[in-house]
Design a protein around this ligand. Structure first.
Ligand code: IMP
Length: 183
C-alpha cells in the first residue's frame, strides 16, 4: 500500500522558498519600519510553517496571533462561504497588522478576513501571501506581497495540505493523481 494515493511533483524547492521568504521579510521590515509593535496574523492552518519562517526574518518588534477561517474543508474546491472558526486573541484597533496567508485562490477567504479585520479599525493592514493562483480569482483582491504566482494546480507542502496530509513536506509540490488512484 503506497504512503498516499497520489503522486507529488516538486514545484518550488525548499531552497527557493527560503530565499523568497528572506526577501519578503526584508520588504516587510522596510514597509513597517518605526512600528511600535506589528501584529502578525497567521491564517490557520495552512500558514503555520510560512509564518514561523517569515517572523524569524522580520527585524521589527512584533507579536503573533492566529485566526482560523473555514474554506475548503477536506475538499479540493472552495466552499465560497467563509466562516470564522477561531478569532484573534488580541485587539487590533489602532495597530499595524500583517495578515499571513498560504494561498490566495478564489479570493473568498482573504476578502472575508480583510473586511472583518478592517472593520476593527487597525492603523494599517497589509497582506503577505506565499502563493497566488491569479487565474482562479473570483473576488478581486490582491495581497500586498506575494511569494510566488502559480498556475491552476492543487499544491501541498510547506504547511499546505490535501485533506490534512502532506503539510510536513519541506517543499511545495503539485498533486498528480495516478491512474490507480483515479480509479
Ligand atoms: P480561497 O478562498 O478560494 O482563496 O481559498 C484559500 C484557501 O483555500 C487557502 O488558504 C488554502 O487553505 C485553500 N487552498 C487553495 N488552493 C489550495 C491548494 O492548491 N492546495 C491546498 N489548499 C488550497
Amino acid at each position: 500500500m503506497p504512503h498516499r494515493p497520489y503522486a507529488i511533483d516538486e514545484m518550488i524547492s525548499a531552497k527557493a522558498i527560503a530565499a523568497r521568504v528572506e526577501a519578503l521579510a526584508k520588504e516587510i521590515t522596510q514597509a513597517f519600519a518605526g512600528t511600535e509593535k506589528l501584529v502578525v496574523v497567521g491564517l490557520l492552518r495552512g500558514s503555520f510553517v510560512f509564518i514561523a519562517d517569515l517572523v524569524r526574518e522580520i527585524d521589527l518588534p512584533l507579536e503573533v496571533d492566529f485566526l482560523e477561517a473555514s474554506s475548503y474543508g477536506d475538499a479540493m474546491q472552495s466552499s465560497r462561504e467563509v466562516r470564522i472558526l477561531k478569532d484573534l486573541r488580541g485587539e487590533i484597533s489602532g495597530r499595524d497588522v500583517l495578515v499571513v496567508e498560504d494561498i490566495v485562490d478564489t479570493g473568498f477567504t482573504l476578502h472575508h478576513v480583510v473586511n472583518l479585520l478592517r472593520s476593527r479599525a487597525p492603523k494599517r493592514l497589509e497582506v503577505c501571501a506565499l502563493l497566488d493562483k491569479p487565474s482562479r480569482r473570483e473576488v478581486p483582491i490582491r495581497a500586498t506581497w506575494t511569494g510566488f504566482e502559480i498556475p491552476d494546480e492543487f499544491v501541498v507542502g510547506y504547511g499546505i495540505d490535501f485533506a490534512q496530509r502532506d503539510r510536513n513536506l519541506p517543499h511545495i509540490g503539485k498533486v498528480r493523481f495516478t491512474e490507480r488512484a483515479a480509479g
